[in-house]
Design a protein around this ligand. Structure first.
Ligand code: LMR
Length: 393
């Protein structure tokens, strides 16, 4: 059964963590996987999560099953966080999923059942797991132009040109904020333009938002998505608590469906539940129980928002410090774009070979597509990393 299987290729992001761990060099820097680190280089449990954990330990009386949709109060909290104030609130349904990748797969499977010929358009480049998950669900995948290697910003004209080819059997996958891998986000005008195009050409928007709060703030980061949800009949959304609640290993996310009517989305939710039953039955509870506990408690919500905003500010400072170091110590403004990017990631514009050189000569681990995780930097690493970037460029 197994002897014809080819040697597996390694995951381009997850394999980096293993290689990094096995690297004996003291000066090594992990800028691979999207995990936030504080100035001590640690990823501590967030304070709000610790407090919620105490409450859950004290109050939880059973480990019996929750249900196919996971925790419904968590689902409602996720919908509130993303869609409050929009007309979509009256025609939305959600299920809890194992992380946002689990949500991507569930919505991929739903599309395959609801509209088997769907083509999913993803940005070029996009999150490394977008294409594999959509293809695993049996869907066709096409790329739309997104990033300009020259300006290191979004090429909106080319993007719109490509998206004008998407029609009623198509779904357009967008990053809600903090584009992964590039760090280059579309502005509000582009959100409006894509919304109009969707209304005109009939494609369904699908927004993957895994970094709400890391860009310009919780509300600001949902602005484009909210405009869209307010103005289109149908929309798909995946969201994650991995980053903004620091719940990475707890696999806490949600799949959200906006439809024409409550009846439509209840039917979609019913289908999602049978798909979940046939895949993992129900999602793990712990992470969702913690998020629910925070979002249902005003004081804990305030602690969480404060902490998230400090993380966001720290990312901005790290971007600024890195650019200053490159400008002041190396006399180059070639990397000024780093400051204009949002969230955890930035694409340096380096080739696979250059990324390998960073890794082999300096022990600096970034993804082969040129992505570095700004949130993996500590202040003390910045002079070393800046020098390496200049030497490799
Ligand atoms: C990343 O892009 O580094 C993260 O989203 C981790 C993952 O699941 O790939």
């Amino acid at each position: 059964m197994f002897s014809h299987l080819p040697t597996p290729t390694l995951d381009p992001i997850l394999s980096l963590s293993v290689a990094y761990r096995n690297d004996p060099r003291a000066e090594k820097v992990d800028l691979g996987i999207g995990v936030y680190k504080n100035s001590a280089g640690e990823t501590p449990v967030m304070k709000a999560i610790s407090q919620a954990q105490d409450i859950v330990v004290e109050t939880q009386k059973t480990k019996s099953y929750v249900g196919l949709a996971g925790c419904e109060e968590f689902n409602k909290s996720m919908v509130d966080l993303l869609l409050t104030g929009t007309s979509a609130m009256d025609r939305v349904a959600a299920i809890q999923t194992p992380g946002a990748s689990g949500a991507l797969r569930m919505l991929g499977d739903l599309m395959k059942v609801a509209q088997p010929n769907t083509t999913v358009w993803i940005s070029n480049p996009s999150y490394v797991n977008h294409r594999p998950v959509m293809e695993a669900a049996g869907l066709k995948v096409k790329h739309y132009s997104y990033f300009s290697p020259e300006t290191k910003q979004v090429d909106v004209a080319r993007m719109m040109d490509d998206l004008s080819q998407a029609g009623p059997e198509d779904v357009v996958l967008l990053h809600g904020c903090c584009h992964n891998p590039t760090g280059a986000d579309i502005d509000f005008d582009a959100w409006k333009a894509i919304t109009e195009l969707s209304q005109k050409n009939g494609f369904i928007p699908f927004v993957d938002i895994a970094y709400q709060g890391f860009g310009d703030g919780l509300e600001e980061d949902a602005k484009g998505l909210r405009h869209m949800a307010d103005n289109v009949e149908e929309m798909l959304i995946t969201t994650s608590c991995s980053k903004n609640f620091g719940l990475y290993r707890e696999r806490t996310g949600a799949a959200i469906v906006v439809g024409k009517s409550m009846q439509d989305v209840n039917n979609a939710k019913g289908k999602l539940l049978t798909l979940a039953r046939a895949t993992y039955t129900m999602p793990p509870d712990h992470g969702a129980a913690l998020v629910k506990t925070i979002l249902q408690n005003q004081q804990l919500t305030a602690v969480w928002k404060q902490e998230l905003s400090e993380m966001q500010q720290r990312l901005l400072n790290l971007r600024q410090t890195l650019c200053n170091e490159l400008r002041n110590s190396h006399n180059t403004s070639q990397f000024d774009f780093i400051e204009s990017h949002k969230g955890m990631f930035t694409v340096l514009g380096f080739s696979q070979d250059q990324m390998m050189q960073l890794r082999e000569e300096y022990g600096i681990y970034g993804v082969g597509d040129g992505r570095i995780n700004i949130a993996g930097l500590t202040e003390k690493d910045i002079p070393y990393v800046a020098e390496a970037i200049v030497n490799v460029s």
